[in-house]
Design a protein around this ligand. Structure first.
Ligand SMILES: Cc1cc2nc3c(=O)[nH]c(=O)nc-3n(C[C@H](O)[C@H](O)[C@H](O)COP(=O)(O)OP(=O)(O)OC[C@H]3O[C@@H](n4cnc5c(N)ncnc54)[C@H](O)[C@@H]3O)c2cc1C
Length: 422
């Protein structure tokens, strides 16, 4: 089968690209191993809600129009939102089609799936940046009596035994799961490394409203000092709850969660924590202060000071003077470990030499280091918000220009690959 562009993945990123391709009459298919919005349906825990406000759910030609713009969608609601988008734009999705290989062959791409082979001039990788949980290699030293779960396996606290839980990682996923388990009556210990602190509300408005207004979310990949590092920065400690609650470490210790330093290793069944907890928290407090300074400056420059409550600062993160540096995982105190240590993409099916030593795609703002190949949905792809729904909207609008310019250079008129039967 032949088409001009194969889009791999029918999450919001793939669909945003599909809408842009259709607008330019570029013939394409969207190949999806499961169904539209698969990751929101199958890879998220039960209580999860978006941490981005509903009003910020925007895709090319589509915005949230429900009756709760300041709320946070549940997972079934997100899946419905994205499914409705696919219908609205009549995206040519081939569901139940797993891509097993992408090869460059004779100046074009050969995309092999479990439903046959596609040949195309351009490929858009929209298969998701968060499909594989990152688990540290020393996880294999955890005693057998301790159950280990990744965020993809965690559904709710009832899945766990009654004993304590060690949540490793203090980003958005870690803090949300830790809070839920602690509320269920199980004692949570949280291992805290580098993290990004954020209040849900500041000066009467959502932190995402401020970050958008002040241009923080729109910061571009070619403007930051160190894009490699920026792409690795952990997600902000945020959750979307109807109460608009803040989920920083002070909120967690207020619930009874115990904080320890970064989990550095496991020796003879003993978890060893770094002594850097105070430093990591000081750094996060400092960075939060800088973010709030930026917001306050923007508010003043834009004449908002009389319209919103005055600037204020949050208490420093409180940590014990001497948090434990070790914990015997064989004592029975910890029954479950949750590895909230981040995610990575799965490109095991990509047979084009575009991966760096860390297994990440080499690209310049989504233009991959292989002619006619594009990436979307990856952290800080083109701007700070790239991995958010709203980020895919603007990134798709820019990437489509790159893609169609490439086709123009090749001399491929729109719709050139319509012959899908050959
Ligand atoms: C826990 C969590 C919470 C998040 N919360 C928010 C939030 O509140 N707000 C926000 O804006 N963003 C949030 N994100 C970030 C981001 O919006 C989501 O990760 C989103 O799912 C990314 O969309 P995507 O289309 O890029 O990728 P995905 O939604 O992952 O879609 C990729 C699709 O590709 C398919 N696929 C993968 N491999 C293949 C293959 N080989 N062949 C065929 N199909 C394949 C998958 O089945 C999947 O449907 C969150 C992410 C996570 C992990």
């Amino acid at each position: 089968m032949r088409t001009t562009t194969v889009v791999i993945g029918a999450g919001h990123s793939g669909l945003a690209m599909s809408r842009c391709l259709s607008e330019r009459s570029i013939d394409h298919v969207v190949l999806e191993r499961s169904e539209v919005a698969n990751s929101w349906r199958t890879e998220r825990w039960d209580s999860l809600r978006l941490l981005t406000p509903n009003w910020q759910c925007r895709l090319p030609g589509y915005t949230y129009e429900g009756d709760d713009p300041d709320g946070f969608m549940t997972m079934p609601e997100v899946a419905e939102f994205i499914t409705d988008y696919a219908k609205l734009i009549a995206a040519p999705v081939r569901a139940g089609t797993t891509v097993n290989s992408v090869r460059r062959d004779d100046g074009e791409y050969r995309v092999t799936t479990d439903q046959g082979e596609w040949r195309c001039e351009t490929v858009v990788l929209a298969s998701g940046a968060f499909g594989v949980p990152r688990v540290p290699p020393f996880a294999h030293s955890v005693p057998l009596a301790v159950t280990m779960l990744t965020p993809l396996q965690y559904r709710n606290a009832e899945q766990l035994g009654e004993g304590g839980a060690l949540v490793v990682g203090a980003s958005a996923t870690g803090v949300q799961i830790a809070a839920e388990i602690q509320r269920s009556g199980r004692q949570v210990t949280m291992a805290v490394g580098e993290h990004v602190r954020g209040p849900r509300m500041y000066r009467g408005r959502d932190i995402h409203w401020w970050m958008e207004a002040a241009g923080v979310l729109d910061e571009r990949y070619d403007e930051v000092d160190d894009i490699v590092r920026a792409r690795r920065v952990p997600s902000m400690q945020l959750a979307g709850s109807p109460e608009r609650a803040t989920f920083d470490l002070n909120a967690l210790t207020g619930m009874g969660v115990k904080l320890v330093g970064r989990l550095a290793g496991i020796n003879d069944g003993r978890a060893q924590f770094s002594g850097s907890l105070r430093n990591k928290c000081d750094l996060a407090d400092l960075k939060l202060g800088r973010l709030l300074d930026t917001i306050d400056e923007w508010a003043t420059a834009n004449g908002l000071d009389d319209a919103v409550p005055p600037p204020h600062r949050f208490d420093s993160t409180a940590v014990d003077a001497a948090p434990p540096l070790g914990l015997d995982l064989g004592s029975g105190e910890i029954e479950t470990i949750i590895w909230a240590t981040g995610f990575r993409p799965d490109y095991s099916w990509l047979d084009v030499p575009v991966l760096d030593a860390k297994g990440m795609i080499r690209h310049d703002g989504g233009v991959v280091d292989s002619p006619g190949m594009y990436l979307i949905g990856s952290p800080f792809l083109r701007r700070r918000k790239s991995s958010f729904i709203d980020g895919a909207r603007v990134d798709a609008l820019e990437l489509i220009s790159e893609l169609s310019a490439y086709l123009d250079r090749r001399g491929s008129p729109p719709g050139a690959g319509v012959n899908t039967g050959s």
